[in-house]
Unconditional design. Sequence first.
Length: 535
Amino acid sequence: MKKLNVLYVAILSVICAPTYASLAGKKIGVDPGHGGCDPGAVNSTYSVRESDANLSTALSLKKYLEADSANVAITRTTDTRFDSIPCPTSDLTKRANFFNSEQVNYTISVHHNASSSSSPNYTVVEVQDYGNGSTDCDATSGKLAYAVVNRLKQSTGLSTGSGCSGKPGVHAQNLAILRETGMPAILTEVSFVSNNTEAQKLQKTDYLNSNGWAIYAGLADFLGQTPISIAGNSGVSRAKSLKLLLDKFGISSANAGFNSYRFGESITIPSDVNSSTSYYDYIVTGYNKGIVSGNSGSFSPDRAVNLAEFLTMIVRAIPIPLNNPSYAEYPYGQGDWYYSYAKAAYNAGIIGNSNYDFFGALDEASMNALLNSAYEYFMGSKSGISIYAKWTQQYADIDVYLYDPVSGNNTEIQYDSNYTVTNMSALTRTNGIVYYGKPSTSWGGNLDYDSYGGNGQQPWSGLGEERITVDSLMLRRPGKYSIIFCHYDWGKNPASATVEWWGIKAGRNINIGGQNFFTPIEKGKCRYTGTLSTN
């Protein structure tokens, strides 16, 4: 318990820690393009106006700049033109003069692009083109633009067009807001309003917020500073937290791209993750192995991870069974989405009996303390027994089951001379099949990697992997559990598959002789492969 009290203090220290000020002393000009009677580009199909997207993104940018102690001069904060200048009179010169009079260090004008076709959609940042072969591509503005566009690539998930001076995504144009300002200035064209898919994303507050943060983060990168997290507090990003977790448990981060299926359901690939995203391999592995699932098609890789999210990742990665009826109640957070994960972590000794701030950002020290406790559980006597299975046949879908006859009203497993189970339907109608399916099923832990054999491009020699865990509390009740492998028939899979499987406890192979077993299974059949004894 003393160790857990130390963890509690560590987490509290994160909650109370002040935000550092990397941009203190800087004054930034922010210009949300268009406004009022000038809506800019309009997508009439989805009623999206560029001026609205510009303003929301710019206000997000302003929020993060000020959270990082920068001063901000902004040309508008509502749907108006600058200085109430009526249409069609241009207000661009007055915007530029405003920043000159405010003596800002840098000017960032926020815009979105458009095309006569609905197809184009990429991100770009503009710098000044003086019309005589001279541009700001190699100047301070060009370097700032390059840092910003690299962040926008991550937040939007979009590619960039060709760039100038070897800087993809940096373009040069002769624009008033760039030409008439007396300091380094850039104009962002975040994405294309005219693209219908993009227009729908531009209606989402989280997406606009992440793009505003990306522009801020690009400025911080350019200045050689570490940006504050997207949550507005210092902490470890969701992407990096996956790296720390996977590395701790020795889970390979090699990948061949997102799989199509997990737990028998299609995977929604996050729209804000691409191959240039930091820790991309770890994010892909996290999705493919069911450790993370994202939210509404996004992952938010740069946002600081909170305790609720990180505990969920840990419980899924080990895995720790959920909802064991023998678990002690965790007295906080009942009814919240993360509660079953917190309860599992509490019973595993990873967190103590305290009312933590589950939505406060975690720093790396607190995260490592949690991981050390989780690793001690994983390698110790409380970790229960895991059964791993993998197979090499592409498109094979293998499901692993444990059957407990006591919970199954003493219904006995029946099988023929080849150990093919002949009463599987009867077994599944009882309460004896206690470990199968998704991680939340019953009170077993489960990992199903590429349930349908998927794209056949997994990083190791096999093509499918599954793991189930008998938790420590269940092991305390002596008994024998039948191990059953089923080769699900979904049409495309091979006539038979050979499953390599083994048991593991406290990091060690517990098969007799320490050798892995190999069991062939015909399509559409279930095979009794052995008995797990907890006597």
